[in-house]
Design a binder for this molecule. Structure first.
Ligand code: PMV
Length: 334
């Protein structure tokens, strides 16, 4: 099954865009990671994952039909070259909705309010915001769940950015992926804080799509990953239900390190860490030995995301001055 066939099932009829559309979507950090696809075309995962959305940190995207030969794609106010990776991914995603109207062109304005200095990837919030904006522009009646399915076709983790708070991406069983989408958990954790520690904000040499593929194809260690992820997912639910921070932090950290272990065991090896990433991990472990309830998670890059509760905020900021701190559940956050 390909993307076009999935779109046909999701949206049997797509009319002409009626107007412009503009929406925001939050970025998200996975506590149990999505790593490996069972279907690379449709971004269907090998395992279910669970994330927390970063409230007001994310992407705002505006799309507007224009009378032009091709799309004009702007990122943070700058026109992107048509052959750039960003413009190409944006165009290919819009193509899904203009199958019968290939002459349609859009101006797309994407603004990330994630400080570049935070070193946080923005493809999840980017495809979620683009999905919402296009749904509005085409006047499509798609539920948030269906929009999550659509966003997943742009980038897997984007399906979790359609919702606030804790979100589980249910892997689903169907071949067309219509049951593989984000589901918001009815839980809140007002004390939870996420600290973004930048080690390097530059473009990574291997993107997550190729990184996952390489791991699945070459790392024997990957065989243990689905089991690890499903046990971590169950333990995260337990932690969230009982607001057990030590459990949440330790499961998230172990899950991230297990994912990185599978990457390191690939060939050619895939090590996203830099010496400073390791230094930061060791600093977290030292602080924990000294009694601070502090954990970290990491995605396919060198940066750390710290997990702690509001009571530890001052102590964490004293050790990691200048980091961006997000409170996903603070009043007015979501
Ligand atoms: O959605 P992608 O293709 O950018 O993959 C995201 C992969 C990780 O960030 C490493 C894990 C996750 O669940 O977000």
């Amino acid at each position: 099954m390909n993307k076009a066939e999935t779109i046909e099932r999701l949206l049997p009829e797509i009319g002409s865009p009626r107007a412009s559309g503009e929406h925001f979507a939050p970025s998200n950090i996975a506590l149990c990671k999505y790593w490996g696809k069972r279907d690379a075309e449709l971004n269907l995962p090998v395992n279910a994952s669970l994330s927390v959305s970063l409230a007001t940190l994310g992407t705002r995207t505006r799309v507007e039909p224009i009378d032009a030969e091709q799309d004009q794609v702007y990122l943070n106010g700058l026109l992107q070259a048509p052959d750039s990776r960003f413009a190409d991914r944006t165009r290919r995603f819009i193509d899904l909705l203009r199958v019968n109207q290939p002459q349609l062109a859009f101006r797309v304005d994407t603004h990330n309010n994630i400080p570049t200095a935070a070193g946080l990837a923005s493809s999840a919030s980017g495809f979620a915001a683009l999905t919402r904006a296009l749904v509005e522009a085409f006047g499509l009646s798609l539920s948030p769940t269906e929009q999550s399915v659509l966003a997943r076709l742009g980038s897997g983790s984007a399906c979790r950015s359609l919702f606030d708070g804790f979100v589980e991406w249910q892997m689903g069983q169907r071949e067309d992926g219509l049951d593989s989408h984000g589901v918001a958990l009815p839980a809140s954790w007002p004390q939870l804080c996420v600290g973004l520690v930048k080690v390097d904000a530059g473009e990574k040499p291997v993107d997550s799509r190729s990184g996952m593929q390489r791991t699945v194809e070459t790392a024997h260690l990957y065989q243990s990953w689905p089991l690890q992820a499903s046990s971590d997912l169950a333990r995260l639910h337990e932690a969230i239900d009982s607001l057990d921070f030590a459990l949440l932090g330790s499961v998230a950290e172990q899950n991230a390190l297990s994912m990185h272990a599978t990457m390191i065991a690939s060939w050619p090896p895939l090590l996203y860490w830099q010496p400073q990433s390791v230094a930061m991990m060791q600093k977290v472990w030292q602080l924990r030995r000294e009694g601070l309830a502090l954990y970290f998670t990491m995605d396919a890059g060198p940066n750390l995301k710290l997990l702690f509760e509001a009571a530890s905020r001052d102590a964490v900021l004293a050790q990691f001055p200048g980091i961006e701190v997000v409170e996903p559940f603070a009043a007015g956050a979501a």
